[in-house]
Design a binder for this molecule. Structure first.
Ligand SMILES: Cc1ncc(COP(=O)(O)OP(=O)(O)O)c(N)n1
Ligand code: TZP
Length: 568
């Protein structure tokens, strides 16, 4: 399927395309993938202040800088979608859905409101078109000032408004036009009069790059034609295509199952999600296509990504309850919320670093215990955070061990991080990762893992600490403080090096390397506020009784930190 999709990539922005989507109004548009594919690297994450101790996180500062630079004519432009649609008071569809969907995919979304509707999960209680002159004024405001890449249309309640839009697009051409010919709501209520059919057919379709009717709308556009089989849908797509788009490589997409152009037929299969929360899926699909086009995706890729997004949103939203009616909305921002909602997961606090247990598979083998028993014992002894560090494990075994340890950590409210392996952390939904200077850069890990996960970075110097903060790290691990045999070829920074890094660090610090009950007190006594604890491997896992050693260390740390507090 992907090969077929790729074969059309060269036609970006030139093709006129038609999609008939029969299933959004019947809850049948289903999740193929459990993981959202909204390209994470293009999202700008700003983390909540509770995670950042009130400071402005690096990512938020960068966003501000971009906005200011763009105002001065420099800086980075954001992909920009303008939605021309109706307001849905319930915010499941219309303008509100469009803005959320574009935002979730990293595109800026401006809005021209064509109608104000009163609706909820029960149905549509009122439709009030906005006067044509006001629509024209809104269009001019946005299009004359902002660099809009793609226009996406939703509810256009009258032929007059369709004509106003066509004139604006002639005056201010954009890269692509996505037309979602909204006529009937998912609840079956009429949102545009029959006269708009001619407006679409005679005016707007000729300018469109893709048209995305659902089955009812496709049928209405074709004079009530019955559309039951895939073959019906294919011929409907071709008929609708004949209304307008005139480009050489004209394509047609139809249904959640397939899409085609003049020469090719592409399967876009999914499976059904059993949910009542389907309100706004049509608007969301069209907006996602628009957002992807604005980001520069070729049309088929944009359609595929949009479909994946909607499928994931349906899957993630299937159990949410908003309103009492039969048709609930999606949670468009599921990707931002998912990890925060993971049962047992909680946000990072600096004091989590107090007694940081870093596992070692070799040591546990030597003492004849499983990783799970070792982690259990460290938590029983008082470890406040655990890192799974295994340089030899096969990926499958690593994930299995991580899942087992995660269960223990979650039930004890202790975060579990994965050493080096962002893929393993993602696979088991661990609380985060710890990366070194030669591993995946923290800013890349952040863009992959999203705003909620914990990211620690190994740093030996003030400059590395500064960089880690700018990259969005939650904490740094500084060391080796003392010589150690656990990690080969590791430069020792000593207490002075630790102090320098702590003084420079804007995020909490944990000391690591050669730390044991014999010297943990001296580490904490450097008394720099950013130093929050010690991370140990052999002092716990290369001992006969992990619980006893953890308790001993904890009590030393508590003594020395209260001593340090008194002497500050
Ligand atoms: C808490 C903590 N600090 C530092 C390290 C070292 O990480 P790294 O530099 O990536 O070395 P390896 O652990 O990969 O050998 C750590 N793991 N944890
Ligand atoms: C992983 C790591 N990073 C710097 S030193 C070190 C090893 C710490 O092990 P130990 O606590 O046994 O000295």
């Amino acid at each position: 399927m992907l090969e077929l999709l790729d074969s059309c990539d060269s036609r970006r922005f030139r093709a006129s395309e038609i999609q008939i989507n029969p299933s959004f109004d019947t809850s049948s548009f289903m999740a193929v993938a459990a993981v959202a594919t909204a390209s994470p690297s293009s999202l700008i994450y700003t983390r909540p202040s509770s995670r950042s101790g009130g400071r402005i996180p690096g990512s938020a500062r960068r966003t501000t800088a971009v906005v200011m630079a763009a105002g001065n004519g420099g800086g980075r432009r954001m992909p920009h979608v303008l939605t021309v649609a109706g307001s849905d008071s319930g915010a499941g569809a219309g303008i509100q859905a469009d803005i959320k969907a574009c935002g979730a995919l990293g595109a800026y979304c401006s809005s021209v409101i064509t109608a104000v509707t009163a609706q909820n999960t029960v149905g549509v209680q009122g439709v009030h078109p906005v006067p044509e002159a006001s629509v024209a004024e809104q269009l001019r405001s946005v299009l004359s000032d902002m660099a809009v890449d793609v226009v996406k249309t939703g509810m256009l309640p009258s032929v007059g408004i369709i004509k106003v839009l066509c004139r604006s697009l002639q005056e201010f051409p954009v890269k692509a036009l996505v037309v979602d010919p909204v006529m009937v709501s998912t609840s079956g209520d009429m949102l545009a009069g029959p006269s708009t059919l001619s407006g679409y057919r005679d005016e707007l379709f000729a300018m469109a790059d893709i048209v995305t009717p659902n089955l009812k709308e496709a049928s209405a556009l074709l004079g009530g034609m019955s559309l039951r089989t895939v073959s019906d849908m294919c011929s409907a797509a071709k008929s609708i295509h004949n209304f307008g788009p005139r480009h050489d490589h004209a394509k047609m997409y139809f249904s959640s199952v397939s899409c085609c152009d003049r020469e090719n037929y592409h399967a876009l299969r999914g499976s059904r999600v059993n949910t009542r929360n389907t309100h706004g899926t049509g608007c969301t699909l069209a907006s996602c296509i628009a957002a992807e086009l604005a980001k520069g995706s070729p049309m088929l890729q944009a359609v595929q990504r949009a479909k994946t997004f909607v499928e994931s949103a349906l899957d993630y939203s299937k159990d949410i309850v908003i309103g009492n009616g039969p048709q609930g909305p999606l949670d468009h921002l599921f990707d931002l919320n998912t990890h925060a909602h993971t049962a047992g997961a909680r946000s990072f606090e600096a004091n989590d670093l107090f007694l940081y247990a870093v596992t070692d598979s070799g040591m546990n083998r030597k003492w004849g215990r499983s990783i799970v028993d070792a982690v259990k014992a460290s938590i029983e002894g008082g470890a406040t955070i655990v890192q799974l560090r295994d340089k030899e494990a096969e990926t499958r075994d690593f994930i299995e061990a991580a899942n087992a340890c995660l269960e223990i950590c979650r039930s004890n409210g202790v975060p579990l991080l994965i050493n080096d392996r962002v893929d393993v952390a993602l696979a088991c939904d661990a609380d985060g990762v710890h990366v070194g200077q030669s591993d995946m850069p923290a800013r890349v890990a952040r863009s992959i893992l999203g705003p909620q996960k914990i990211i620690g970075v190994s740093c030996k110097t003030a400059a590395q600490a500064e960089q880690a903060w700018a990259d969005g790290a939650d904490y740094i691990g500084c060391g080796g403080v003392f010589p150690t045999t656990t990690k080969a070829n590791n430069l020792t920074v000593g207490l002075d090096g630790l102090k320098a890094a702590c003084l420079a660090s804007k995020v909490p610090v944990v000391a690591i390397g050669g730390i044991s009950a014999a010297n943990a007190g001296s580490v904490m006594q450097i008394s720099v506020p950013s130093l929050k604890g010690v991370a140990v491997v052999s002092a716990l896992f290369d001992r006969e009784c992990i619980v006893t050693e953890a308790r001993r260390l904890k009590s030393i740390l508590m003594d020395s930190s209260s001593h340090a507090k008194l002497s500050v």
